[in-house]
Design a protein around this ligand. Structure first.
Ligand code: MN
Length: 735
């Protein structure tokens, strides 16, 4: 680099710094400018020998993040200082104590929070989820941590071009998965849609460029259309002496792409490429009547679609969004969305949370639902026992786009996510009411707990003390509050089933004159290929393990352990491990024999039993899984991850029984049921776990869960059952 270029760089840094100060000026109080200057100098000094991948001096990054905080989010001095110093502790010699000494506790705390949310993580591991969870934990400390983090992410996305391709993909998928929804939830619409557009730019570069071209190409006719459309409205509003601006805003590239892909249509067919926005300059007390007057003017000229009126002026969204939306028919026969709002509402819509603060002093502001939401996030976080991945999933559920407004019997308003069920409503009222909910009355009519609520519904919850949450509830409960409570309850239930199971185990061992010591417990866990005693007791308690199997450990001789179990990551390491342990050279897993050497288990999706055609699949976290070739997941595993598939074969040693199911259909007659159960229990000495038989107008329909040794055993049984008079078919099913 030449002397001259270095000189230019320095000038540019100063220019950017001045720009930051200029925009911050209206917010600054006495002494603030000095603090910002100190932070800038410190940051510049700390990063002085560092350059970004693009080649520019590192200081440009913290400066840009601080500018985003000021210009695009509307934050003040504390955030500016934190943004300038956000990478200092992580990337340089500086310690958090140094920051605290220079800038006080508040800034130190924010930077500490930002440092903990590391950017470096292993994709696909739960590390990513753990990071996100940490970030949300800081919500309860100071929401500015998240806002500065979003600014940081936005600048990194804007400068993603100089990164290698794999990093671009990782960073942008993380952005679309977590950061864009989070920005949306915090009401930062402008940042949210820029993040989404940038995601598309890096993940689907060709489609992105194509849409940009088409938007540009259609600009002239679109502008003409907008001019014609707004002209009568403008005249009328002027006549009524409104102060206003009107914009014809194109929709974001991402939302157009989304529409094209989800509805499988071409760009030309996306009709709502833009929305008309009317922004009014009104004093607080005139906001609501003013918006409705303008609505009245618009609909004097254009026919509104009655189904598309959205009034977030009377009832703001819980992220603070206020606006009046209507969709009207234009003179050229296309629908056009018109958004009516005031300057204040517009600023809140664009800048979100920070703009709220600014207007908070003005008495007219409605209390934002954001604080309530932050409170709820905190509540979920306090349930420390959920895993990070589970947590992020639940959290994603709560980052809803659409909300509905429903009412209690006394007329109190509740806001819920768009696809909330009656049960969600019950949990919203109180977690105990949710846990006991058996149904609801919606607008006086009785409905089941999974009933999907609509805006305007009035809901009364029916409860019973006998009710208990079950696994199925998770299929239709969408609020984090409800899901967390249900999961807690299920864990409790598991514990109690496990304690029942433990008693059964103790009894069976006693009958066999065995003790429950760690040696016998190990034998049992080994036999059923389980990791923990809790899992084992639970499966016994639930009847998924046949208690009669327990006694069998008495006669079983434990094979000498050749070496500690090893996790293998691919077929090659499997071969190596087998060779070391047994001296054999093979690439096939022997089910039943290799258990001491390599952990593997039977896949829960297809319940293989000995004799089934199977393959081994090297999973990332849980060792090798045995799937049936006919498993519904087999195609995907075989096609996408061929290198992790291995041959597997049953060995005939097994006296262990496996759970499977049979469906029996035929014409009913007296004694039918007796014949079926007789064959199963006495003739072939099979244990049944459950039998359910329905008879409807002479048709016999049975479903039996039973323990068998292998496919041979099952086939013999099937043949015998098929020979029963009246039985039409016997089919195996996965339990
Ligand atoms: Mn950064």
């Amino acid at each position: 680099m030449t002397e001259f270029e270095l000189e230019q760089e320095k000038k540019e840094i100063v220019r950017q710094y001045r720009r930051l100060l200029r925009h911050a000026k209206p917010f600054l109080q006495e002494g603030d400018a000095k603090i910002i200057k100190r932070a800038f100098n410190l940051s510049q000094e700390a990063h002085k020998n560092m350059r970004r991948r693009s080649g520019e001096p590192y200081i440009f990054h913290p400066l840009a993040v601080a500018q985003i905080c000021v210009e695009e989010i509307g934050l003040g001095t504390t955030s500016i200082v934190s943004a300038l110093l956000h990478d200092v502790v992580e990337d340089t010699e500086m310690e958090i104590e140094d920051i605290e000494r220079h800038f006080g506790k508040k800034v130190a705390k924010i930077i500490d929070g930002l440092t903990k949310i590391s950017d470096v993580f292993d994709h696909g591991s739960s590390q990513q989820a753990e990071n996100f969870r940490k970030m949300l934990l800081t919500l309860s400390d100071d929401v500015r941590v998240i806002l500065v983090k979003l600014a940081d992410r936005l600048h990194n996305m804007r400068t993603l071009g100089s990164m290698p391709r794999h990093k671009q993909l990782r960073v942008s998928s993380e952005t679309i998965y977590l950061y864009a929804p989070l920005a949306h939830r915090l009401g930062l619409y402008a940042i949210k849609s820029e993040l989404e557009d940038l995601f598309l730019k890096y993940s689907e570069p060709i489609k992105y460029a194509d849409i940009v071209d088409k938007i540009n190409a259609s600009k002239a006719p679109r502008d003409r259309f907008v001019r014609n459309f707004i002209s009568p409205i403008q005249k009328e509003l002027n006549k009524r002496r409104f102060k206003f601006t009107i914009k014809g805003r194109p929709k974001s590239i991402y939302s157009i792409w989304n529409k094209m892909t989800s509805q499988e249509i071409s760009f030309e067919k996306v009709y709502d490429l833009f929305a008309i926005r009317i922004i009014l300059d009104l004093p607080p007390e005139m906001e609501k009547p003013g918006c409705w007057q303008v609505y009245s003017v618009v609909t004097d000229y254009y026919q509104p679609n009655p189904d598309r009126l959205r009034d977030w002026v009377s009832t703001p969204k819980s992220n603070g969004y206020e606006s009046l939306h209507t969709t009207v028919m234009s003179k050229t026969g296309t629908w056009v969305e018109v958004q009516i709002r005031t300057k204040r509402m517009d600023e809140i819509a664009e800048k979100g949370y920070a703009a709220h603060w600014k207007y908070k002093e003005s008495e007219h502001t409605t209390e934002s639902g954001l604080e309530a939401w932050i409170g709820r996030v905190r509540e979920i976080l306090e349930h420390d026992n959920v895993s990070a991945i589970e947590f992020v999933d639940d959290f994603k559920h709560s980052l809803f786009n659409e909300e509905i407004f429903v009412f209690t019997p006394k007329g109190e308003l509740k806001k819920l996510p768009g696809n909330a069920s009656a049960l969600d409503f019950a949990f919203e009222i109180h977690s105990e009411i949710g846990a006991r909910c058996i149904g609801a009355k919606v607008n006086q009519k009785l409905v089941p707990i999974n009933y999907k609520l609509k805006t305007g519904d009035q809901v009364e919850i029916l409860t019973s003390n006998k009710q208990k949450p079950n696994e199925g509830w998770l299929n239709f409960v969408v609020t984090s509050k409800g899901r967390t409570r249900i999961k807690d309850e299920l864990k409790e239930q598991k514990k109690s089933a496990a304690s029942d199971g433990k008693e059964i185990v103790l009894r069976k061992l006693k009958q066999a004159k065995l003790e429950l010591n760690s040696e016998n417990l190990d034998k049992l866990l080994n036999r059923f290929n389980l990791k923990s005693a809790l899992d084992f007791y639970f499966l016994v308690g639930k009847g998924k393990i046949d208690p009669k199997e327990i006694k069998k450990i008495k006669n079983s001789v434990d094979k000498p352990k050749k070496q500690a179990k090893q996790r293998v990551s691919d077929v090659a390491s499997f071969q190596k491990t087998i060779k070391e342990a047994t001296g054999e050279k093979r690439d096939q897993l022997l089910i039943g024999e290799d258990m001491d050497i390599i952990p593997y288990s039977l896949a829960p999706c297809c319940h293989p039993i000995p004799g089934d055609d199977v393959f081994g699949f090297v999973s990332i976290h849980e060792g090798i899984k045995i799937h049936r070739i006919s498993c519904p997941n087999a195609t995907e595993l075989l096609s996408k991850h061929g290198h992790r598939v291995m041959k597997a074969k049953w060995t005939s040693q097994s006296e262990v029984s496996f759970l499977t199911g049979l469906k029996i259909r035929g014409t009913d007659r007296v004694g039918m049921m007796n014949d079926v159960t007789n064959i199963i229990s006495s003739e072939l000495k099979v244990n049944m776990r459950s039998v359910s038989i329905e008879s409807d107008n002479g048709i016999f329909d049975g479903s039996i869960q039973l323990y068998v040794h292998d496919t041979n055993h099952l086939e013999k049984l099937t043949k015998k059952l098929e020979n029963i008079e009246g039985v039409e078919e016997v089919i195996r099913f996965d339990v």
